[in-house]
Write a protein that binds this ligand. Structure first.
Ligand code: ATP
Length: 379
């Protein structure tokens, strides 16, 4: 799929942006703090995901603006579609989102329409940093291919917060242990659903990651990615075909058996909110043992695999957003990434033009200064 038109006004420092991106390579070029990443973020919001920069709602609208509007048209193999995303002060919690003119309940309802895969410098820490980042990565990846998934994860997060609050109230003598069961029944259903989808996704991820890592390492190293569950052993997940029944019962049992420990700790210690993706290179755990270069390769490959899996599932490549990431990579990794995304529409931010895209390929360069496009030049 690819974006055919993009307009942004009043989003952070962006003003009067109206562009027709190229089907393949698009470069947002400019000095620091001019609005390049803001433009990438505006595209990203149209994919239905939360801001990758955790921007607060009150910071979305420009300081001197009363409203912000993002308009985007994109084409997939079937048709062209139109997204509009608007917010106005002072009701910043109210997001006016439409798809093909139809109002949606929430921005997350855009999921599964415009699919994007983003690479940021923080993503290069994916295999190294906190499990939270890997859980976010896998949840977003599954949500892109499974319609109902993001709603279940949001609900699970909210329920875990309530369960943790209840654990504290039980400790203070303000509630009884028997009240936990009502939450645990629901958590077990959702937790089993999330576990099974994450596990199955990880199998696909690992298959691509192995193939790509072999290539980036010149055949000398093997990357394995597996799903670590705090509730199930992998055998149980491997043979499960549905999340109801045995999986759900086991989840409930684990929550129940752990209540005393949870009360001592003051929070729920087992469940999908504590699971992780385990990466190993040649059998050694990446998180503890890998070099900086191995971390970067592993992270890039996880993201590239996400794009390939999307193509397998929906028969369409996603739009690739490369924010400030190429300058962080050495030339061989730069070339590797570029060579793997040449079939996809790509948006790249950079401060200078020293990026290794094929000069002969067609693309567009958009120069950004103080939140505006100052010149457009076609390559
Ligand atoms: N709510 C807002 N209103 C107005 N301006 C804002 C708002 N939020 C952020 N900005 C401005 O946006 C600019 C940052 O834009 P952005 O992060 O897109 O920069 P960039 O061009 O990607 O820079 P770099 O190359 O350093 O990453 C800053 O000047 C910041 O002050």
């Amino acid at each position: 799929m690819f974006i055919t038109e993009l307009s942004v006004n009043g989003f952070k420092n962006l003003k009067g942006i109206s562009i027709k991106p190229h089907e393949k390579i698009n470069i947002f070029c400019g000095r620091n703090a001019q609005g390049k990443t803001n433009l990438i973020e505006a595209i990203w919001l149209c994919s239905g995901a939360r801001s990758f920069r955790s921007t607060k709602d009150r910071r979305m609208i420009g300081d001197d603006e009363q409203v912000m509007n993002i308009g985007l048209r994109f084409k997939n193999s079937f048709r062209e579609q139109e997204i509009a995303f608007a917010m106005a002060k002072p009701n910043i919690k109210e997001k006016n989102v439409t798809l093909n003119g139809v109002k949606l309940k929430a921005p997350s309802k855009l999921f599964g329409g415009l699919n994007c895969v983003i690479f940021t410098p923080e993503d290069l820490e994916l295999s190294k940093g906190s499990p939270d980042n890997r859980r976010q990565f896998i949840d977003l990846s599954v949500a892109q291919i499974k319609n109902s998934y993001s709603a279940v994860t949001y609900k699970y997060e909210a329920l875990i917060e309530r369960r943790n609050l209840l654990l504290k109230n039980i400790n203070y003598g303000k509630a009884g242990k028997d009240e936990l069961e009502m939450w645990d029944v629901q958590l077990a259903q959702m937790g089993a659903f999330i576990s099974l989808h994450r596990y199955n996704y990880t199998k696909k991820l690992s298959a691509y990651a192995q193939m790509l890592y072999e290539e980036i390492s010149g055949g000398s190293e093997k990357l394995d990615i597996s799903y670590y569950s705090t509730v199930y052993d992998s055998e149980m997940l491997d043979k499960a075909t549905e999340y109801t029944g045995e999986l759900k019962d086991r989840y409930f049992e684990v929550l129940k058996n752990n209540i005393s420990d949870d009360l001592r700790a003051g929070f729920t210690q087992k469940g999908v909110h504590r699971d992780d993706l385990i990466c190993k290179i040649n059998g050694r755990p990446v998180r503890e043992d890998a070099s900086q270069g191995q971390h970067r390769s592993a992270a890039l490959i996880m993201k590239l695999s996400q794009a390939y899996i999307l193509n397998d599932e929906i028969d369409d490549f996603p739009v690739i957003l490369l924010d400030d990431v190429l300058s962080e990579l050495d030339p061989s990794r730069q070339r590797f990434v570029i060579s793997k995304i040449h079939d996809m529409q790509v948006f790249i931010t950079c401060c200078d033009m020293n990026i290794p895209f094929d000069e002969s390929s067609h693309g567009k360069i958009f120069n950004i200064e103080k939140g505006q496009i100052i010149k457009r030049q076609t390559e």
